[in-house]
Structure formats: structure tokens, C-alpha cells
Design a protein around this ligand. Structure first.
Ligand code: FMN
Length: 250
């Protein structure tokens, strides 16, 4: 089992430490293959907004850098963790640059069956919303999202503060480990199902072979499948799916 943590802080401090503690907990339960990657060690350029990746295909991105090295690390992993400090009530700029470069995967999800979670270290306030933001991004990329956590790392840290963070990270790592062991393709909720049917019907009716999303969805058979992957849907979801297909065609 392989887990990769992507850390969006330029210094090896609380974000890196949280990754180590989280992964050590899991490794103590079961020997795993894990890696902590500092985004700072990679050449990642800022998105220029040309939209070639989302519209036509990610291979056309004019930026030549380490994007694909990092994406391949995710492809090779069973579990992925995004760790970003709270910078001015948002993820760090470095993490945001990384997320923007992954935008095309939100159009063409691929990480089904892989577990995903997030950790946000912060000084004082605002990290809860950042955790929600990072967790929200996991879904459209196809990940099986495990609720993330926020830890408070205001310096100088007290023993009590360190112990509190350890408890948070331990509980979080335990949740993540359980999901990893399930290793399952989760049943979509109504929202996820509706989003799939809306996207695929819009792509089918509004695009053609010149669009990256169209080619991807066609190749995957998603224009005709009930969901991204084989899944058992109850009568309410079957009906909702048909309704959304029909409304999206209009
Ligand atoms: C530019 C900058 C902005 C920050 N903004 C916030 C903030 O809005 N809220 C907060 O609680 N902490 C804030 N912090 C504190 C960091 O989140 C905190 O120090 C965190 O531990 C940094 O992660 P690191 O130790 O991995 O570098 C900020 C720190 C920096 C450097």
C-alpha cells in the first residue's frame, strides 16, 4: 500500500511534521510505502489561463515543468494527502498553484478507489474552511474523500498544544487507514450522481471530438453508463439520474 503526502509549505516545519506523524501512525499499524513531497522542491509554474488543458487536452499545456511527475505520484498511490498551512485564510500560494495545475482532472476524474484527505496547520483561525475546500476538491478528481483536519501550531507550542494536535492527527489517521483498507468504489450520493449525469449529458450534447472532455468521456464509455464505474443504484437514484439526463438535454 502506498501513500503520498503533498506538502505546500516552503519550510520543513509544522506541515511536514504533521505529515510525518500522520504517516507514522499508519505505518505502525501496517508497514506501508510512503513518501512526503514538498511542492517547494518541484518546478511548478503558475497557470497562464489558456485553458488548453481543460478544453483540448492536458498534453497541450505550454508550461514545461514537473506537473506530470507529481500527478504520476498520485497515480501510483492508494492514498493521497494534501497538506497546506493556512496563509491569510486560504491554502498557501504554492498549494494553490498546484491545485490550478490539476484543474483538468476535475473535468476528467481518474482517481477512483483511492483515498484522499487534507491537513491544515494554522496559527490561530480560519483553517476549518480550508480543510473543507481541500476536501471538496478531492471529489471531482474521483477520490474517496476522508474528512480532513486542522491543527493549531501557534509558536511557541506548549506540551498541551502538541498533545492536542497528536490526538487530532491520530484520530484522523485512523479514519484514513480504515478507508484505505476498504479500498472500495463508493456508492455515489444523489449530488454526486446528479453532477455526473449533468456533466456527461452537457459534454455529449455541447461538445465534439475536438474537446478533451468529450474524447475522455467517450473512451471511458461514460456517455452510456449510469455512473463513472459500475455501481448498484436504488430506484430513487435511477429515477433521479434519468431526470437529470433529460433536464440537461433541454
Ligand atoms: C503569510 C502567512 C500567512 C498566515 N496566515 C494565517 C492565517 O490567516 N490564519 C492563521 O491562523 N495562521 C496564519 N499563518 C500561520 C501559519 O498557518 C502557521 O504558522 C503554520 O504552522 C505554517 O505552516 P508551516 O509550519 O508548515 O510553515 C500565516 C503564516 C504566514 C507565513
Amino acid at each position: 500500500m502506498k501513500i503520498t503526502a503533498f506538502v505546500g509549505s516552503a519550510r520543513k516545519a509544522h506541515s511536514f511534521g504533521a505529515a510525518e506523524e500522520f504517516l507514522k501512525y499508519i505505518n505502525d499499524r501496517e508497514k506501508i510505502d510512503y513518501e512526503i513531497l514538498n511542492l517547494n522542491d518541484y518546478n511548478l509554474k503558475i497557470c497562464r489561463g489558456c485553458k488548453l488543458c481543460t478544453d483540448k487536452g492536458e498534453e497541450l499545456c505550454p508550461l514545461k515543468d514537473d506537473r506530470d511527475i507529481l500527478i504520476n505520484k498520485m497515480r501510483e498511490s492508494d492514498g493521497v494527502i494534501f497538506i497546506s498551512p493556512n496563509y491569510t485564510f486560504q491554502v498557501s500560494g504554492m498549494m494553490k498553484v498546484f491545485l490550478d495545475r490539476l484543474a483538468f482532472i476535475c473535468h476528467r476524474p481518474e482517481f477512483f478507489g483511492k483515498a484522499f484527505t487534507s491537513i491544515v496547520p494554522q496559527g490561530i483561525f480560519g483553517g476549518g474552511k480550508i480543510v473543507k475546500y481541500l476536501d471538496f476538491i478531492g471529489s471531482p478528481m474521483g477520490f474517496n474523500v476522508v474528512r480532513g483536519s486542522c491543527i493549531t501550531t501557534l509558536e511557541p507550542m506548549t506540551d498541551k498544544g502538541k498533545a492536542r494536535n497528536s490526538r487530532v492527527l491520530t484520530r484522523h489517521a485512523s479514519r484514513f487507514y480504515k478507508r484505505l483498507k476498504q479500498n472500495s468504489l463508493k456508492t455515489p450520493n444523489l449530488f454526486e450522481l446528479a453532477m455526473f449525469r449533468l456533466s456527461r449529458t452537457k459534454i455529449k450534447t455541447m461538445q465534439d471530438e475536438t474537446f478533451g472532455d468529450y474524447r475522455y468521456y467517450r473512451a471511458k464509455g461514460w456517455f452510456d453508463s449510469p455512473f463513472y464505474y459500475p455501481v448498484k443504484l436504488g430506484p430513487v437514484k435511477i429515477l433521479t439520474g434519468k431526470l437529470v439526463d433529460s433536464l440537461s438535454r433541454g
